[in-house]
Design a protein around this ligand. Structure first.
Ligand SMILES: NC(=O)c1ccc[n+]([C@@H]2O[C@H](COP(=O)([O-])OP(=O)(O)OC[C@H]3O[C@@H](n4cnc5c(N)ncnc54)[C@H](O)[C@@H]3O)[C@@H](O)[C@H]2O)c1
Ligand SMILES: [Zn+2]
Length: 398
């Protein structure tokens, strides 16, 4: 059969740059000014800045500092309006209205494709702002300044933007690399302990699938990390961000056209658990449970040795993370565990056949195309038992 056709390949190269700098809004810090300044010296770069409400409240000096920064650099930069303060956390992804509001601001202040939308906040806010920026005018430049451990080491340095819809995580979204990401470690100072900690999980994840040596470093530094020792946290963020970027750039599938998604190790149940828990669980907390579940599962199925499985579980616990949540055992109206719905949702999100990343060893992942639901439930039971024992020990020691 001959089909008349014209076939070409469109090649687009996207630079992906993540800068590390402390005290970003100190007027003498030129990092942001250099990122935004146009090569054309006659042109002033316009920016609309969106700020996470919890961060603004916890660091009241931040809004005045941002305003002063743009004033100090007014010959090259202009802030089109005072920082737009928007709620952070999952709530901002659970409603379309924040994206629509941002489109209104982008239109009102004439943010064009040479101007910038800057998002300063946690991963949820960055996901929402990224979606608004990459859809207005088919994409205006967006700069991310992540302010949680998780977003500095994982979500903020990637290429995905989204909000939730139809009760499903990240249903509406785009793949579009940010213009730049700037990580300022000092911005993490005001985080709640749980938000400092939950980002550690993504480092455990990426080390378990890509870098056994990094996993061993994390084991060695677990105590320092548990105490939020700044040097250990900086090392974790730097390496974890680098491994994520390397995976996106070198993994051969930056926009996830295939069915496999190794960076989502432990995520099929995590995304569902976040939703079933009404977002009581943070993303990182749910992923810790998801990794624990798939680790116990791989061990029970005979893929992963007990010694290696214990190391993964012990590291997560050593970092202060829980490995079980009661929501894992919640049943739907047909008495089916709700969490299992996450398997089909995960498959559907990617398309094609089910592909779940499991471990054969630390640093040695493989893709499983079938999951044994009985064994999943037995694994949940095992984690529940471990959890009950740990609780009993805590109660006995009080
Ligand atoms: N795009 C991706 O590739 C990708 C990858 C992983 C996760 N994610 C998404 O990231 C989100 C989770 O992000 P997160 O873990 O950063 O949590 P988050 O954005 O929900 O933030 C947690 C809380 O901390 C507050 N906060 C943020 N920075 C603060 C600071 N410096 N001081 C005080 N409070 C601060 C927020 O307002 C929020 O209440 C989830 O929606 C998840 O799906 C996206
Ligand atoms: Zn994640």
């Amino acid at each position: 059969l001959h089909i008349d056709s014209i076939q070409r390949t469109i090649q687009v190269s996207w630079p992906l740059r993540v800068l590390f700098s402390d005290n970003l809004f100190d007027p003498s810090n030129l990092t942001l000014a250099r990122v935004l300044a146009s090569d054309d010296l006659r042109r002033t770069s316009k920016a609309l800045l969106v700020l996470d409400q919890a961060l603004a409240a916890a660091q009241p000096d931040l809004v005045p500092a941002i305003t002063a920064y743009f004033q100090a650099h007014e010959s090259r930069l202009s802030l089109v309006r005072p920082p737009l303060v928007v709620p952070g956390g999952e709530a901002v992804k659970n409603s379309w209205s924040y994206v629509a509001d941002l489109h209104v601001e982008i239109d009102r202040f004439h943010i064009d494709r040479q101007s910038y939308v800057i998002a300063v906040g946690g991963g949820a806010l960055l996901d929402m702002v990224g979606l608004a920026a990459t859809t207005a005018h088919r994409g205006v430049r967006h700069v991310r300044v992540p302010t949680t451990t998780l977003s500095q080491c994982d979500s903020g340095v990637g290429v995905k933007n989204s909000v939730n819809a139809f009760g499903k995580k990240n249903f509406i979204g785009t793949f579009c690399p940010p213009f730049a990401v700037i990580n300022d470690f000092e911005l993490l100072a005001s985080l709640q302990p749980r938000d400092k900690r939950s980002g550690f999980v993504e480092a455990v994840k990426v080390s378990a699938i890509r870098d056994r040596r990094f996993f061993e470093t994390l084991e060695g530094e677990a105590e320092a990390l548990r105490d939020f020792e700044p040097g250990a946290m900086r090392r974790l963020i730097r390496r974890c961000a680098e491994l994520h970027i390397d995976h996106i750039v070198e993994g051969g599938d930056p926009f996830e056209a295939g069915s496999a998604r190794p960076l989502d190790f432990g995520h099929w149940s995590a995304h569902k658990l976040e939703q079933i828990s009404g977002f009581r669980l943070r993303h990182g907390e749910a992923v810790a449970i998801g990794i624990a579940l798939d680790t116990v599962y791989a061990n029970r199925k005979g893929y992963l040795s007990s010694a290696e499985a214990d190391r993964v579980l012990n590291l997560l616990q050593g970092l202060g993370l829980e490995l079980y949540a009661p929501e894992m055992s919640l049943a739907d109206d047909r008495s089916q565990p709700m969490m299992l719905g996450g398997l089909e949702e995960f498959r559907e999100h990617l398309g094609g056949q089910l592909s779940i990343t499991l471990l054969r060893g630390i640093g040695t992942p493989f893709e499983a195309h079938e999951m044994d639901t009985r064994c999943i439930l037995q694994s949940v039971g095992e984690l529940q038992q471990r959890y009950a024992q740990a609780q009993a020990r805590t109660e006995a020691s009080v």
